[in-house]
Design a protein around this ligand. Structure first.
Ligand SMILES: *Cc1c(COP(=O)(O)O)cnc(C)c1O
Length: 345
């Protein structure tokens, strides 16, 4: 076996969903876009469905097809990008609920699929997706007459609890939706942690399910380990890897492991990441290449067979910080080459 091994703990995903659900008195959906944040949307959705989750969100209609095929007609599958031209057949045949985000989309939806379920997305200040306040004021009566299943918006700064943008967006959302008599949703993972004012009728956690910040108290979901392909001695002054970017300051023992940026170990981790052998840290030296990484194992008492990158000693977020990115990006970059070991049901 010469590929890296990605271990995914489905029981931890379910435990995280339950923990997030227990923080509110409203319903809790699950966001499984981008192939379940890189971990496998079908596997994740199956485990969550078994645990009682009945409402899922994907980014685009295409992502819903394998979920509907696996889970059948029961769960509600909502689509953040709404109803794009070309999505009509999928929305109808897969019975998806698009979160309509513009006057154009509302018109298109009512024309092509009259009577088909839909939700509405409002912009409360993030300026990314959704109807703006004036548009909503103009069209709300007409849109609400068609019985949307949900009216939602999204927070821009929910991972910073003290950010003034949070109460600002909350106030806008209330102003736009108080009294409409339709289920409302504002909170993703970060919003759940902001407290009950932000919960409304449904929350939409994604990252928290997968064991990463801002849900720092969640259970870790993945481990990542790479096999050692070769080990060599390098004399003081010798160089390692592309660009000669690392030079040995002492006689060193260098392990070459099978994994690289094609596996999502992004190149900005060059010379920055630390691998672990049990509890002992071993520095990544030189550049990350496509399929290989070199690690200084001089201080280990014995040659390792494998080295860990995400493990008890180093979380997804620890690693993301070293790379100058966030857990979301690291997870969704995980490549297709891993041997995936899936625990739990
Ligand atoms: C991705 C996304 C979510 C989930 O966000 P997390 O921070 O991963 O919990 C919820 N709502 C919308 C609109 C999103 O785009």
């Amino acid at each position: 076996m010469s590929t890296g091994r990605l271990t995914i703990d489905l029981d931890a995903v379910v435990a995280n969903w339950r923990a997030l659900d227990a923080m509110t008195t409203c319903k809790t959906a699950a966001v499984i876009k981008a192939n379940g944040y890189g971990l496998g949307s079908v596997t994740i959705a199956k485990a969550l469905f078994k645990a009682g989750v009945r409402q899922f969100f994907v980014a685009v209609a295409e992502e819903a097809a394998p979920i509907r095929a696996e889970l059948g007609p029961r769960p509600e599958i909502n689509v953040f990008s709404g109803h794009m031209k070309g999505d009509t057949t999928a929305i109808r045949d897969l019975n998806l609920t698009p979160m309509l985000n513009s006057v154009d989309q509302l018109t298109h939806h009512f024309e092509t699929l009259p009577g088909h379920p839909f939700g509405i997305q409002l912009d409360t200040g993030m300026n990314r997706l959704g109807l703006e306040m004036q548009e909503w004021a103009a069209i709300a009566g007409l849109a609400l007459d068609q019985n949307p299943t949900l009216v939602m918006s999204h927070l821009a700064c929910a991972d910073e609890p003290d950010h003034p943008m949070n109460p600002h967006q909350l106030e806008n959302f209330r102003m736009m939706t108080d009294g409409i008599g339709v289920p409302r949703s504002l909170a993703a993972t970060g919003g759940i942690l902001l407290g009950p004012d932000y919960h409304f009728d449904l929350t939409r956690p994604g990252i928290g399910l997968y064991g990463a910040e801002p849900f720092a108290q969640g259970s870790p979901v993945i481990e990542l380990e790479f096999p050692v392909v070769q080990i060599r001695d390098v004399a003081q002054g010798e160089v390692v890897g592309y660009g000669n970017s690392w030079q040995a300051e002492r006689a060193s023992r260098i392990a070459t492991i099978s994994g690289g940026y094609a596996d999502g170990v992004i190149r900005s981790l060059s010379d920055r990441a630390v691998f672990y052998h049990d509890k002992t840290p071993c520095k990544l030296v030189g550049r990350v290449s496509m399929d290989l990484i070199t690690v200084d194992v001089t201080d280990l008492p014995e040659d390792p067979k494998a080295l860990s990158l995400i493990c008890a000693e180093q979380s997804v977020d620890d690693l993301a910080r070293r790379a100058g990115t966030i857990g979301y990006e690291l997870l969704t970059q995980l490549g297709g080459r891993y041997t995936r070991r899936i625990y739990g049901k």
